[in-house]
Structures are given as C-alpha cells and as structure tokens.
Design a protein around this ligand. Structure first.
Ligand code: BGC
Length: 392
C-alpha cells in the first residue's frame, strides 16, 4: 500500500514535470548575468512579486513551432549568436497555438524581460501578446512575421518577402517555354501576413505571363477570375489564398495537390509549373506531382533552404529555393534588442504598415538557389557543411 502510494506520487511528480516542460522549452539558459543593463527603465514596477526579476532573462524570444525545420534553424542560429553574450535570453516555442504563444509571453513577462522578440503564429491573434508586453513597458520586436492590428509593435526585422515571392515567380517564368503551360498556385497560411507578401510578389511577375498566354492557371477559379488584374487588393489576394492555402502544413499541401491532380485532365498536366510557397510544402507537393503518370516534368519553387530541400535540389526533386540567411535576421534582431537594453534607438531601414501603425523595420535581402549555385551559396558560404548532403 505504502509502496503503491509512493509509486503514484513519483508518477504524478514525473507527469507534472513533463507537462511543465512541454510547450515551453527554454533553449538557452541565462548566460552570465554580468550586467543588469537596464539603467533607465522607468517607474513601471513590472507586475507583482518577482524577487528573481533581476536574475531572469532580459530578452525573451518566442518562435512559432518546432514542427517546421525553418524555426528550429532560427533557434540554432540564435543560440550560436548568443553563445558569448553577457545577456540572458530564453527561447520558447508556441507549437502552432496562439494561446500557447500568449502564455509564453506572459511567463516571460513575469520573469522580467525587457525586450520581446516574437515571431507570431497568427499575426492578428498575437496583438494580445504584444499589448500585454507593451503594458509592462517591454519593447516588442516582431521577428520575420509582422504582428498586425495593434500599436504595440516597436520594431520589425524581416526578409524582403515581396522579393521572395517575385523570385519564385521569376524562376517559373525563366524556365517556361512556349505557351499554354499549366500553372498550379499554392500559398501560405492566411493568418500569416507574409503569405500575402509572398503571393503579391509572385503575382506581380506571373500575372503578365498569364495574360500573354505563357501560363494557364489550373487550380484556382478565383485566380482565373482575377487573372487580368495586374495588381490585386488584399481582399482579392485573400480570396485566392483561401482557395490554395497550404496553411504551412505539409499534409494539407499534399492533400490539396492530390485533389487538384484528381480533378485536372491530361491537358492540364504534361510539363507543369508549380508556385509552392516554402520548402516544407514544396516537398509534399513535388512528391505528389512526381507520382502522377500524366505529369511529364515539373518546375517547383520553395523558400528557406531547409536541409531536406537542399538535398531535393541536389537530387533534382525540387527546382529552387529562396535562401533566407537566418544568421542575418538573428544578428539584426539581437543588435536591436541590445540597442534597446542600452537605451539607444535601433537602426532601421524602412517601415511596414501593420494595419494600425507604420512599424520601423530592418530588412534583409534574399538569394535564389538552384542546382547551379547550391554549392557556392550554401556550402562555400559556410552556411551548411558539405557532409550534411550526398551527391554534391
Ligand atoms: C516564413 C517562412 C516559413 C513560413 C512557414 C513564413 O512566415 O517567412 O520562412 O517557411 O512562414 O513557417
């Protein structure tokens, strides 16, 4: 009896420990707290009791999910960049849930962070988290994806997302020959402002080539209805995106591609062109198109230079990716955070309208990678090791 109780107590303690750990994974432990570094934080006595505030992290980082290699890559690069820093940082993942995200932010606020670097799962929903941080006097840096619909965003560090979409569209245009080439469109999640920017960039380049007959859109009646319009409103883009969204989900991408191929006739196949929004969805879509006997060849885009997609490119299973050097984004956001902690105004290069305010932004350029430059752009540059790939 006693033993059973004891076992039960141990089990409960163990399960409790697991629950506490899940969804909330501190990846970098407080580095040497050598300087308190917030000389001038004004009279904003940050929430209730926290005797530990001075020893807690100064910077909190919240990333959307560990389920996509892209964001694990960001975590790795943050840890590399912060290895020698005197500032203490904590990284949490929201696992694709806005309520986890809000909890993560609240937990960081009670630990006394001064700067929040956050990549929202859902741009609109994350406004609540940004507002909570602002209410505590914490500086909010939106990372890669813009938090929308609130004043409470101080800065934005991002890649040039319209250029990402334009590069994807241009790649398809450059590979296409003749006319009447079947074009399949896919998009990211409508809850992610970037999905609109990527689509806008791609549409700018592809639409004239649909209008002149080079491409014929196969899988979106909304896009066909709008194909004569060079510039789309956000609402119009939203109609197309809702029809061809992958939700950034590999399975949803695969299911959509399967159903599009099922309803397409043989004349809609042959040599096809596919706008896939990122690497994870590109691999799902490419694998699906590869199994269709009526598809003779396909050109498919991507972005992120994920390791698996770099291998796909080497193997000829994905045509291109847009390399977004995460080291630059990490460096920019850390520099911004440090400037704020030092009481300075961070450097910015422009601004983004989040629907309520123009958020000062720092933007990083992107690089197109295909078989021709994969070695130079990703291996010789030191981004990846040659040993991570076969057949280079
Ligand atoms: C990011 C992409 C990423 C996608 C899915 C976008 O906001 O910019 O790099 O592939 O989200 O996570």
């Amino acid at each position: 009896m006693y033993t059973n109780r004891k076992m039960m107590a141990i089990l409960v303690a163990f399960l409790l420990g697991l629950t506490l750990l899940s969804g909330c994974t501190p990846a970098s432990e407080p580095a040497a707290p050598s300087e308190p570094a917030e000389p001038a934080e004004p009279a904003e006595p940050a929430a209730p009791s926290e005797p530990s505030a001075s020893t807690g992290p100064e910077v909190g980082i919240v990333l959307p999910t560990r389920d996509e290699p892209r964001w694990v890559q960001d975590e790795t690069r943050f840890n590399e960049a912060l290895a020698d820093s005197d500032y203490s940082v904590e990284i949490l993942f929201s696992q694709g849930s806005s309520s986890n995200e809000l909890q993560n932010v609240e937990s960081l606020l009670t630990k006394g962070i001064k700067v929040l670097i956050i990549c929202p799962h859902d741009g609109d929903a994350a406004a609540a988290a940004a507002d909570a941080a602002r209410a505590e006097g914490v500086t909010v840096i939106s990372y890669d994806r813009l938090i929308t619909g609130t004043e409470s965003v101080d800065y934005y560090v991002t890649f040039d997302s319209i250029a990402v979409g334009a590069a994807q569209g241009q790649y398809l245009v450059d590979q296409a020959q003749g006319s009447d080439n079947p074009l399949y469109l896919y998009a990211g999640a409508a809850s992610d402002n970037n999905a609109f920017l990527f689509f806008e960039g791609a549409w700018n380049v592809l639409q004239p080539k649909v209008a002149d007959g080079t491409f014929r859109i196969i899988n979106s009646s909304e896009a066909v209805n709008l194909q004569d319009k060079a510039t789309l409103t956000r609402d119009e883009m939203g109609r197309i995106i809702n029809q061809v969204t992958t939700n950034w989900d590999f399975n949803e991408a695969r299911n959509k591609a399967e159903s599009h191929l099922t309803s397409a006739g043989a004349a809609d196949k042959g040599d096809v062109y596919i706008l896939a929004p990122n690497d994870g969805t590109a691999r799902s879509i490419a694998d699906t198109f590869a199994t269709d006997g009526d598809v003779t060849s396909f050109v498919v885009t991507g972005q992120d230079a994920e390791i698996a997609s770099v291998q796909y490119i080497i193997d000829g299973r994905q045509s291109m990716t847009v390399f977004k050097d995460v080291r630059s984004l990490v460096k920019d956001s850390i520099e911004m955070a440090l400037a704020v902690l030092d009481g300075q105004t961070p450097d910015t290069t422009g601004s983004y309208d989040n629907g309520v305010t123009d958020v000062p932004a720092k933007q990083t350029e992107v690089i197109v990678v295909d078989q021709d430059n994969v070695q130079a752009a990703l291996i010789d540059s030191g981004y990846y090791e040659a040993s991570q790939f076969t057949g280079l």
